[in-house]
Design a protein. Structure first.
Length: 467
């Protein structure tokens, strides 16, 4: 079965080689013309860049129930419970040093839930580190090495200049065997629907990437970072020549947020929902191909609405760069940066037009008024908040939703046992719309003894009845 793996247990990085001959400059992009050119080596580039590639060791403590008899099946008949026992779990990934004072970029999934993180340099030295910024949706994390020295760095290149067929190198520690170098080419660009997160814009490569390569660097022939290795498609857990990297232009924006002391990674708020363009829609609008981001709906008063976007229109380019799909639109707007504007190329039924979109963070239109629900009711154990575009962005839900959202559920509580989940939106209770956390608590104080609840989960309405 074909499956997708994020490399959480060993690390790899992709590099590119600089050839000594001036005639082999990156801009020329020539193929080998002679036997001598085919015998050229990547070793000069490896020596130049390998010191900026590190191993990331993440350790976490998990609680596991202890067994009385050694067999959980028999334990339930004895009716005795042993105290939970702690167990350490560790994982190995890769990272890339991107600043001389020790800022290291890696994948979020490498350090997820870690209690202790260490960085091992190529020369064998180990250092503790702190997490500066992390974001699960883009699967990136910035660590700071706790040491005062001048670290080697890998310069960040322009990932938009990468083309299919370009040579790349990968350096990392696959399967924990030690630092390893592999070579390949850029196999594809703007790949989406690769991971479960809301980010979908990857560079594809055939450079061998295996478990443990997560957080490693994909490099061009100038010795510049063009991507952070993140995932592979694999039938058995090993490399099949289909690997994916987060583009360096997004890495650059994420690193800048960490360097500025940001605690969250904010992206531009558009105030609209988008869908892929089908062949029928492309034909109706006169598009040459089914590419772009179809506007499904806009939020009244939001940036998209103010820019003049209407449902049924298609965004085909941002700042002159083509948009392949809705994920590509999000990527282009994010890498354009906050505080400025983006020039949109939009296809309508009447032809093509230009629009300007303001790039600001999502507003908190209503106070969160977070509350913990208690008492004798089905909602006991819920932590709820008033939903606004700002909170919706943080929770990665649709930003045009309003009302009360569940932010967490206490394990073992009545609400947990009844199946409530984080990010559920409480629509109504006993036929009355729930518009705020205060209104919800007032409804629960009435205790009618019979509860008719409607929630929204992943765009679907669910009705439940409780006594």
């Amino acid at each position: 079965m074909l499956s997708l793996f994020k490399h959480m247990s060993v690390g790899l990085v992709a590099l590119a080689v600089i050839c000594p001959a001036a005639s082999f400059a990156q801009d020329a992009k020539t193929v080998p013309q002679s036997r001598e050119e085919m015998q050229m080596s990547f070793s000069p580039l490896v020596k130049q860049t390998a010191g900026a590639v590190v191993n990331v060791y993440a350790e976490r403590v998990v609680q596991r129930p202890a067994s009385l008899t050694g067999d959980p099946f028999f334990d339930q008949f004895f009716g005795q419970r042993m105290p939970n026992r702690s167990q350490k779990q560790s994982s190995l990934g890769s990272g890339v040093i991107l600043s001389h004072d020790g800022l290291v970029m890696t994948n979020y999934h490498v350090i997820k839930g870690a209690d202790d993180i260490k960085i091992a340099l190529a020369d064998g030295r180990e250092f503790p580190c702190d997490v500066v910024l992390k974001d699960e949706s883009v699967d990136l994390a910035v660590l700071r090495i706790k040491a005062k020295e001048n670290f080697p760095v890998l310069p960040i290149g322009n990932s938009d200049s990468a083309e299919v067929g370009d040579l790349v190198l990968a350096i990392g520690n696959p399967f924990g065997v030690g630092q390893t170098v592999t070579s390949g080419i850029v196999s594809g660009l703007a790949r989406n629907q690769i991971t479960d997160g809301d980010f979908g814009f990857f560079i594809q490569t055939d450079a061998a990437i295996n478990p443990g390569n997560s957080g490693g660097a994909l490099m061009n022939m100038k010795g510049e970072l063009i991507g952070i290795n993140t995932a592979i498609f694999s039938r058995g857990g090993g490399s099949n020549g289909v690997g994916f990297a987060i583009p360096a232009n997004l890495v650059k924006v994420f690193l800048a947020a960490a360097a500025d002391g940001k605690t969250t990674f904010d992206r531009p708020y558009v105030g609209a929902t988008f869908d892929a363009v089908t062949s029928d829609i492309a034909e109706a609008l006169g598009l040459k191909a089914a590419r772009g981001a179809l506007v499904v709906r806009t939020v009244e008063g939001g940036p998209a609405d103010k820019a003049g976007l209407k449902p049924g229109e298609v965004i085909t380019a941002v700042n002159g760069i083509s948009v392949e799909h809705p994920d590509a639109l999000g990527y282009r707007l994010t890498t354009a940066g906050l505080g400025g504007k983006a020039d949109l190329t939009v296809q309508t039924g009447d032809g093509e037009k230009k629009m300007t979109l303001a790039l600001d963070t999502a507003p908190e239109t209503v106070p969160r008024d977070e509350r913990q629900i208690e008492g004798r009711n089905p909602f006991a154990g819920l932590h709820v908040a008033n939903l606004s575009p700002k909170l919706a962005t943080e929770l990665h839900v649709s930003t045009d939703e309003t009302g009360v959202i569940i932010t967490s559920v206490t394990s073992g509580s009545p609400s947990d046992r009844l199946g409530f989940q984080p990010n559920d939106i409480v629509v109504s209770i006993n036929g009355k719309d729930v518009k705020s956390t205060k209104a919800m608590q007032d409804m629960l104080a009435q205790d009618p003894g019979f509860w008719r609840v409607e929630i929204e989960r992943d765009g679907q309405r669910i009705r439940q009845f409780f006594r």
